[in-house]
Design a binder for this molecule. Structure first.
Ligand code: ADP
Length: 396
């Protein structure tokens, strides 16, 4: 079956058409600037990437252009819509309602809408994507795959904040965690690569991308993760602060005359390694280059990033009373040997020995610990689209 995987943002839409039997990507692309003007990027497998300006006042036009591109006589990869058996939608927040993927029904859409409060930028966009597909592909089954679902196995002690209990009761203020599809896919894949039983393994996944999070996966179940009610908690990220002393907010609000929106903008968009590097860049390639030339804020940003990752890994060793495998994934985790080496330099006490040659590899599945290392360390490229396609087929 061919599965169309859709990841809908407020003004963008990423898509992949995946054949679930061969797991090959038949075509992929991106609609950008939806509601502004509109641009479609489309690439069939083995073909040229095409970029074209298309008027996309809403997501419905965007999806129509995706369908037109996929069924185009010359560069399309299917003859008609009949060859698309299902659609898998990435949905960011499933709250406490969804601990796994589900077939989309009216009830499901209502429940997702009830989580809008928890992810006001993402969930409404995800629902718009669902509605647009329903309009243009009536009768095609659709599945929602949630970023939060994998972490629903966290125990109370991991997900409760030290806040008044009534906020949990009234508003469901608790830790949820994100990147669940990636943490699940990567931890499972690591066990497969090593030939160990997933349900008897302690894994720590470091998903280090523009947004970064770590998870503790005990016997196949997430027992803790670094992101919280929102993706702002935890690691120092590209532009997000991660954990800070909450009292800083009042202090800076007064000094800089900022309201709540101004503070949130600062924490989400102006902080992280971008802010730490004195607004140099949120991209680790730029920071590496600048640090190599002696740029002090860039060097500090890289050090703070790795140190925070290492501290979280240490805390998850405590959470699971040990660790068998540590896995790096996402843009930085897959590509940056220096960041991995920096993080691992704090973890020698676990009996980790790094294979420096293997750690030079980029973007491929590779074991980067030596045969003697007590803890296995791997790089596993994440593939959220494939994971969504698999979930979709499994449910149908
Ligand atoms: P997201 O999906 O959260 O937007 P990605 O997982 O694609 O992010 O990661 C993007 C980040 O990966 C970039 O901002 C950059 O910092 C980092 N990155 C990509 N390639 C490299 C590389 N070769 N070396 C170091 N960092 C890299």
């Amino acid at each position: 079956m061919n599965v169309l995987v859709i990841n809908c943002g407020s003004s963008s839409l990423k898509f992949q058409l995946i054949n679930s039997d061969s797991e090959a990507v038949l075509a992929k692309g991106l609609c950008e600037r939806i509601g502004i003007d509109g641009r479609l990027t489309y690439q069939p497998a083995g073909g040229e990437k095409e970029v074209s300006d298309k008027a996309m006042p809403t997501h419905t036009e965007a999806i129509q252009f995706v369908i037109d591109a996929l069924t185009n006589e010359k560069t399309g990869v299917v003859k008609s819509l009949d060859e698309i058996g299902a659609v898998g939608h990435r949905v960011v927040h499933g709250g406490e309602k969804f601990a796994s993927s589900v077939v989309i029904t009216d009830e499901v859409k209502k429940a997702v809408e009830e989580c809008n409060d928890l992810a006001p930028l993402h969930n409404p966009a995800n629902l718009i994507g669902v509605a647009a597909c329903e309009k243009l592909m009536p009768g095609t089954p659709m599945v929602a795959v949630f970023d939060t679902a994998f972490h629903q196995t966290m125990p109370e002690k991991a997900y409760m904040y030290g806040l008044p209990y009534e906020y949990y009761e009234k508003y469901k203020v608790r830790r949820y965690g994100f990147h669940g599809t990636s943490h699940s896919y990567v931890s499972k894949r690591a066990a497969e690569i090593l030939g160990v039983p997933y349900d008897q393994t302690k894994t720590i996944v470091c998903h280090l991308g523009n947004g970064s999070s770590i998870s503790a996966v005990l016997n196949g179940k997430s027992v803790d993760t670094s992101m919280g009610l929102t993706p702002l908690e935890g690691l120092v990220m590209g532009t997000r602060s991660g954990d800070i002393d909450p009292a800083i907010l009042e202090f800076i609000a007064k000094k800089e005359n900022l309201d709540i929106a101004g503070l949130m903008n600062m924490l989400n968009k102006k902080s992280g390694v971008y802010g730490l590097s004195n607004n140099l860049s949120s991209d680790f390639r730029d920071l590496d280059a600048a640090a190599a030339e002696g740029n002090v804020p860039a060097k500090i940003a890289l050090e703070v990033f790795a140190y925070r990752v290492a501290k979280y890994v240490g805390s998850y060793v405590a959470a699971m009373n040990g660790v068998d495998n540590i896995v790096f994934t996402a843009g930085i985790g897959e590509n940056s040997g220096p960041v991995r080496a920096d993080v691992l330099s704090y973890l020698g006490y676990l009996g980790i020995e790094v294979d420096a040659e293997a750690n030079k590899k980029r973007g491929e599945e590779v074991l980067i610990s030596t045969p003697d290392s007590k803890v296995k360390v791997l790089v596993v490229p994440t593939n959220e689209e494939l994971a969504i396609a698999r979930e979709t087929v499994a449910l149908l």
